[in-house]
Design a protein around this ligand. Structure first.
Ligand SMILES: CSC[C@@H](O)[C@@H](O)C(=O)COP(=O)(O)O
Length: 353
């Protein structure tokens, strides 16, 4: 086992006591130039924060939603069985924010199980239990990342050159990160030579967030545009690609940030291993294949504008699927907190649970 570097970056934190306090979210839209913390007082605030990308990344979205559920129920009085519609309304509000990352629905399901157990309890007890659940999801995610980071790092002898995409770091999780967690663990064990950070058009999670995390922790990283990946692979300067995911289907198909599928195809052509690092909370055994995963379609202005400046003419058609699906047969291995699994994923994924 390698010693983890303690990342001091977190996407959210709590301020005050549970009865009157608030959730603080680091506004990821303002990074890397400004570190602004927004105060969330209600489920509506949290839902807006997720929808508008104040917080993003599959595990972080799930954690935020669990806190949103607790904040939402805090506003009421009396036992839940007297007003079950309120719980459903808040759950649906949070569930409607973003469709692709399964962690959102997984976390809300955990909250629903808590509520079911305490449907006759007074509201203070229910709210307290929901806050405990949110804290537990937050803490577990960080611990799981540390574990999967070590499993991932053990796959390499070093010195290794990794290419990654989007942001899968402390900002996208309970801390530390999934794919970036593996990279952190490689760095800690002195097996990391270098990281190529794909900028991740159109939302630039790689350029704005992963690059920021790497610089903050002294990880040797080079930012490239997405279209440069093939070039550096051809030059023999990429030993492996490691990414995160928003949902893995039962057959091992991987939904992740748009551009992931293209990288997997490039890896196949250049004979480079393609790894997906994820907590078990992102594996959805109830979804048979990637064809069944809803792909979020986002606002066209995220494609036509960069930093508020218009880059495309009025009137042009624009497509903006935020995610794509990489077929399981392009995935070399899936790295989790319970170990590393290889194809055929239909057989190996269920053994992790
Ligand atoms: C550990 S994060 C894994 C994924 O959530 C990440 O790769 C990703 O695609 C995030 O997309 P985003 O649209 O920024 O929420």
């Amino acid at each position: 086992m390698t010693d983890a570097i303690a990342s001091n970056v977190v996407p959210l934190s709590w301020e005050g006591d549970r009865a009157t306090g608030r959730l603080l979210m680091l506004d990821q839209r303002q990074l890397p130039t400004e570190e602004v913390w927004l105060k969330m007082h209600s489920a509506e605030d949290v839902a807006r924060g997720i929808r508008e990308m104040v917080i993003r990344g599959a595990p972080a979205i799930g954690i935020a939603a669990a806190f949103g559920m607790a904040l939402g129920m805090r506003a009421f009085e009396g036992p839940l069985h007297e007003r079950p519609a309120e719980f459903s309304r808040i759950r649906e509000l949070l569930a409607s924010t973003r469709p692709t990352a399964v962690n959102l629905f997984w976390a809300l399901e955990r909250c629903a199980r808590v509520a079911e157990r305490l449907r006759d309890a007074d509201n203070a007890s229910l709210t307290d239990a929901l806050f405990n659940e949110a804290d537990q999801i937050f803490q577990d995610d960080r611990d799981n990342n540390l574990r999967l980071g070590n499993y991932g790092a053990a796959l390499f002898e070093g010195p290794t050159r990794i290419l990654t995409h989007c942001n899968t770091g402390a900002l996208a999780t309970g801390g530390y990160g999934t794919a970036l967690g593996v990279i952190r663990a490689l760095h800690a064990s002195q097996k990391l030579e270098h990281v190529w950070v794909g900028e991740t058009r159109p939302y630039l999670q790689g350029a704005r967030l992963t690059a920021w995390e790497c610089v903050k922790e002294g990880i040797d990283a080079t930012l490239i545009t997405d279209s440069m990946a093939a070039h550096f692979m051809k030059l023999g300067q990429v030993d492996a690609v490691i990414l995160g995911t928003d949902r893995i289907a039962r057959n091992g198909d991987v939904a992740n940030k748009i551009g992931t599928y293209g990288l997997a195809v490039l890896c196949k052509h250049h004979n480079i291993p393609f790894y997906v690092a994820t907590p078990l909370s992102t594996i959805d055994l109830n979804t048979a294949s990637g064809d069944d995963i809803e792909i979020e379609q986002r606002d066209p202005t995220e494609v036509t504008h960069i930093g508020g400046r218009q880059m495309a003419p009025e009137g042009v058609g624009v497509a903006h699927p935020a995610f794509d699906v990489t077929p399981a047969d392009l995935v070399t291995a899936i790295i989790t907190e319970a170990g590393v699994v290889y194809p055929p994923y239909t057989d190996t994924l269920p053994t992790l649970f």
